[in-house]
Write a protein that binds this ligand. Structure first.
Ligand code: ADP
Ligand code: MG
Ligand code: MG
Length: 247
């Protein structure tokens, strides 16, 4: 599904990613853990195609396609979902229109017919009921006045509607409480299946109590320095990142 080889990237002339190798097969959920400043968010931004990150080496393929050669919209159309792609509030942009536009862009690229407002509402309402989301969240501006938990629910709704092949979640700095963690975890766990992969990026082990990963990778100083099973997350929680030998 996702294959990263020798990936190097710079921000403002400073090398942050120093040769990342990582493969996430279809159907697997991998976690990336690491101390602050290790490059976790940089990796997610590079995979998203955010501006300002210069790729200086390596390759990334997604479903066999050269991800780094694709525009951010093309990455989304190919089935890559970034959980924090739209963290901002958009006053004046109705949440229903926003979600429908995102969904229709992907449907168009797949050659599927677009949904009109009524068709979309039907699909969205069914999903929202499953997520215990009040219906008025569709009428409000995107994330405007949403609580932290409501923003999480909205992201999970967006993910469920877009049905991506791969979701990348960077939770590191979002200061989620337990309720919000559970919303995200339930959303990801509901997507689990042979055609879904996820890269869960987190500073804390807590989230991984709810989303049990197939593999855990430790990122330090811009490199993956250790890979293990779910038990590695518990080990790190107990002994800290100091116990991991930086490569
Ligand atoms: P993490 O998410 O693991 O905490 P980041 O990817 O946010 O780490 O940051 C990795 C390193 O890159 C840090 O040393 C940070 O200061 C630096 N960095 C990140 N973004 C920028 C930027 N826009 N300009 C300069 N340095 C940056
Ligand atoms: Mg950080
Ligand atoms: Mg970060």
């Amino acid at each position: 599904m996702l294959k990263i080889e020798g990936l190097r990237a710079e921000v403002e002339g400073k090398e942050i990613l120093k040769g990342i190798d990582l493969e996430v097969p279809a159907g697997e959920i991998h976690a990336i853990m690491g101390p602050n400043g290790s490059g976790k968010s940089t990796l997610s931004y590079v995979l998203a195609g955010r501006e300002g990150y210069e790729i200086t080496g390596g390759a990334v393929s997604f479903h066999g396609q050269d991800l780094l050669a694709m525009e951010p919209e093309e990455r989304a159309a190919a089935g890559l979902f970034l959980a924090f792609q739209y963290p901002v509030e958009l006053p004046g942009v109705g949440n229903a229109n926003f979600l429908r536009t995102a969904l229709n862009a992907i449907r168009r690229s797949k050659g599927e017919p677009e949904l009109d407002a009524m068709q979309f509402l039907k699909v969205a309402r069914a999903r929202m009921k499953a997520l215990s989301m009040p219906e008025d969240m569709l009428k409000r501006g995107v994330n405007v006045g949403f609580s932290g938990g409501e923003k999480k629910r909205n992201e999970v709704l967006q993910m469920a509607l877009l049905n991506p092949g791969m979701a990348i979640l960077d939770e590191t700095d979002s200061g989620l409480d337990i309720d919000a963690l559970k919303i995200v975890a339930d959303g990801v766990n509901a997507m689990r299946g042979p055609a879904f992969s996820s890269l869960v990026i987190t500073h804390y082990q807590r989230l991984l109590d709810y989303i049990v990963p197939d593999k855990v990778h430790v990122l330090m100083g811009g490199r993956i320095v250790q890979t293990g099973g779910p038990e590695l997350a518990h080990q790190l929680e107990a002994s800290g990142y100091g116990s991991v030998q930086a490569a």
